[in-house]
Design a protein around this ligand. Structure first.
Ligand code: GLN
Ligand code: ZN
Length: 771
């Protein structure tokens, strides 16, 4: 019988209950027992959901309080020194959260021996998703062993409710490949030490009665570094022998196995899971390569997007596997964990009904999985009604005239190469801009947002509930904006920003003003820890019915003689942080957004805004996992940015901002974007991250962040002057700007005011030194 399986389920809960529970615990409003009870309740609800959907392989151990990579590393004793772990027994919650968030002070930390200065582990994107994991920090001194029986505990928790779940472990090779070593060695060198710990975890699961265990090895779907192939062979030979009674399901996702297929097929595991949404083309090769007798798990339902599955097409793929002789050893599953999609459509009452019929969130996706398994076993007749409904939804989407806007198509067709080029090269523009703007050396600016205080959020909530009139809301925002402009003038910010008080979120604000975007009410997806985002859905052609930001930027400019900087979210980021339609290429969607942003840029220019920043914090995250696919992405991503930016005159200055600095592999493309000024995150790395710009000889202006806004700490002027001094040693002062690392919306005014004053003082000190 075909098995309906799942790889992982959203953890956050239908109404972000995990977020509520975590924050209550962090703020001391609830106990450890309270937090753990809330988490257990969420796990029970998730199991019940999946059971009701008709899934028989329900994952366990996929839940994590903060991050599954961190919890896996901690469970195996990969805990760096300096977080209060004694070296024996499982890490305390205080240690776990200090690793995740840095020390915050408080009694629990003191009691657990967490040093006050402990800084959080580095956080980075989980492959090409918007989920962030904590990068385990390894050293040769570590002695991996199973400290925490978290998988057995989760398995027994299911058993107690009569459910034999399928434990999920992040596999040892992917865990090490995702980790970093600070002592110079290679993370993979720890594998021989780590394998006995994994083997023990598997033995305990076998004893507890587990039949299948899912080993996640997403790195098999990416380019493997040297040594990884041997590591995979060693790891799985070892683990297969350690728990002979267990069936291991090797799960790969986020792409195709490609050249790693022979390796994956040769590993001694019971089954292999393939992502057939990202890489449907790999099925035939896998059918040919896999030994008979192996189980095949077909990832047919998209775990990365919100669209309903074309059940008939999915069933046809599954039939191919059946025909190739895998009929009695088939599983149907989502392409990857459902962590990356919202929980359930049932909560969405405000969506356009026709659009809603085309969507499937986690719960609905699992019903599709179960239907496909049933259709395969019992024939199409058994699921005829569901197939017809799926056909109807698809046909309705294809026939929906609202998806296609002829005016947008005409504009796309009329794009010329000139539209993607500024009129003059940078040096000429720089002269025109200098003459117009009259800025001092090392001009001081900010990234855009000032604190989104409780006051601002309350205003927006009252507007949404209809408790205040739009005019009153706007008047309040004008007051806040005016105060912010006056304060920036007072402290000496050379290029002030209006503060973005009117924006809830940098994508949502624009999406709500563009045609083609839809929004959910509760479509939360975990970004990191307790932080969630509700990505918009791009379902139709994008266009801009009316100006989106001009009113606020023009108002702010009217209050000051200094050049006001207008802030926009760039096309690549808008696309990357949305769930996008799949009926047209991403490149085309991005161009549509770029044209809309271009219109906004030109309207800002016409309104007298001399400097316009187009933020692209997601530019790098869009980079495909496989090196072979990157050039194409970079080509269109750069072109779209340039399309958005290049309509302006020479004397209008274009900025961009990216909140990270791992630019080494894409620095040429960053330069090709040809922004006049780029601001980047560098404070935490002591300017180390400027190196990519130096090695490459970046030609335009740069604002390396000198204040790490991710921390509540207020840096001194001397500290920031020190960072600037290091920057001036490397970049000519004529091309250097002074700014924080990122926007200040999550900071409090009590931190922002002194930090910005110190930042201005640092710039003045450097100017004096250079004079
Ligand atoms: N302009 C935005 C802000 O200041 C940029 C945010 C970001 O880079 N993520 O908030
Ligand atoms: Zn940023």
């Amino acid at each position: 019988m075909t098995i309906a399986a799942n790889l992982g389920y959203p953890r956050i809960g239908p109404r972000r209950e995990l977020k509520t529970a975590l924050e209550a615990f962090w703020e001391g409003r609830s106990s450890e027992a309270g937090l753990l009870a809330a988490a257990a309740g969420l796990r029970a609800a998730a199991r019940a959901d999946q059971l009701a959907a008709g899934v028989s392989h329900i994952p366990s151990g996929d839940f994590a309080l903060y991050d599954h990579v961190l919890e896996t590393a901690c469970a195996f004793g990969l805990i760096p020194e300096g977080y209060g772990w004694s070296g024996e027994g499982p890490a305390s919650l205080a240690t776990l959260f200090a690793l995740a968030r840095g020390a915050r002070g408080g009694e629990a930390e003191r009691a657990a021996g967490v040093p006050p200065g402990a800084v959080a582990l580095e956080m980075t994107k989980w492959f090409d998703t918007n989920y962030h994991y904590l990068v385990p920090r390894l050293s040769a001194a570590m002695r991996p062993r199973l400290l925490d029986h978290r998988w057995a505990r989760a398995f027994r928790e299911g058993l107690a409710h009569g459910q034999r779940t399928r434990p999920v472990l992040l596999g040892p090779v992917s865990l090490l490949l995702l980790a970093k070593r600070e002592d110079g060695g290679r993370p993979l060198d720890l594998l021989p030490l780590l394998l006995p710990a994994y083997a023990e975890a598997l033995r305990i699961l076998a004893e507890a009665g587990a039949a299948w265990v899912q080993m996640d090895e997403p790195c098999l779907a990416a380019d493997l570094p040297p040594g990884a192939e041997a590591a995979y062979l060693q790891a799985y030979q070892n683990l297969a022998a350690a728990a002979p009674g267990l069936d291991l399901m090797l799960a790969t996702y986020f792409g195709g196995l490609e050249e790693n297929l022979p390796l994956a097929a040769s590993l001694p595991v019971a089954g292999l899971h393939l992502d057939l949404v990202r890489a449907p083309g790999q099925l035939d090769a896998a059918l040919a390569a896999l030994p008979r007798g192996r189980w095949l798990s077909l990832g047919l339902v998209d775990g990365r997007n919100v669209w309903r599955t074309d059940l008939r097409a999915a069933l046809a793929l599954a039939r191919r596997a059946e025909a190739a002789g895998f009929g009695r050893r088939l599983m149907i599953a989502p392409s990857c964990s459902l962590l990356h999609v919202p929980l359930s459509l049932a909560q969405e009452t405000g969506l356009d009904p026709a659009l809603k019929r085309r969507l499937a969130f986690a719960r609905e996706k699992l019903r599709e999985v179960a239907l496909l398994a049933r259709g395969l076993d019992e024939g199409e007749g058994a699921i005829a009604a569901a197939l017809e409904e799926s056909d109807r939804a698809l046909a309705e989407a294809r026939a929906d005239a609202r998806l296609h806007d002829p005016a947008v198509a005409a504009r796309i067709a009329a794009i010329t190469p000139e539209m993607e080029r500024r009129r003059s090269p940078y040096p000429e523009r720089a002269r025109a801009q200098a003459a117009r703007l009259g800025l001092p050396r090392l001009p001081v600016t900010a990234i855009g947002s000032w604190p989104q205080t409780a006051e601002v959020r309350a205003l927006r909530a009252r507007l949404a509930r209809g408790e205040i009139e739009p005019a009153a809301y706007e008047a309040e925002l004008e007051r806040l904006t005016a105060e912010a402009v006056r304060w920036q003038e007072e402290i000496g910010v050379d290029v002030p920003v209006h503060g973005e008080f009117e924006r809830n979120d940098m994508v949502k604000y624009f999406g709500e003003r563009l045609a083609g975007f839809a929004f959910t009410k509760h479509g939360w997806v975990q970004s990191y820890g307790s932080r969630c985002v509700a990505p918009p859905i791009i379902w139709a052609d994008v266009s801009r019915p009316a100006p989106m930001t001009v009113r606020w930027s023009a108002y702010a400019q009217s209050l000051t003689d200094r050049p006001m900087k207008g802030m926009l979210t760039g096309p690549v980021t808008m696309l990357q942080w949305s769930f996008a339609r799949t009926d047209i290429p991403r490149e085309r969607i991005c161009r549509q957004i770029a044209l809309a942003i271009r219109d906004e840029v030109l309207d800002l220019e016409a309104a007298g805004i001399p400097i316009i920043q187009i933020d692209e914090p997601a530019f790098r995250e869009g980079l495909p996992l496989r090196a072979a696919d990157r050039a194409d992405y970079l080509r269109w991503a750069v072109a779209c940015f340039r399309l958005a930016a290049s309509g302006v005159r020479d004397e209008t200055q274009i900025h961009t901002h990216m909140c990270y600095s791992e630019f080494n592999d894409i620095i040429e493309s960053i330069a090709a974007m040809d922004a006049d000024v780029i601001s980047i995150e560098t404070a935490r790395s002591d300017m180390e991250l400027l190196q990519a710009f130096l090695d490459f000889d970046y030609p335009n202006e740069i604002g390396p962040g000198v204040w790490d806004i991710h921390s509540p700490r207020v840096p001194t002027a001397e500290e920031m002057a020190g960072l600037l001094r290091r920057a001036t040693n490397r970049i000519p002062a004529e091309r250097l700007w002074v700014n924080p690392d990122c926007g200040c919306k999550t900071r409090r005014w009590a931190e922002v005011k002194p930090a910005m004053a110190n930042l201005v003082a640092a710039a003045r000190r450097l100017r004096a030194e250079l004079a």
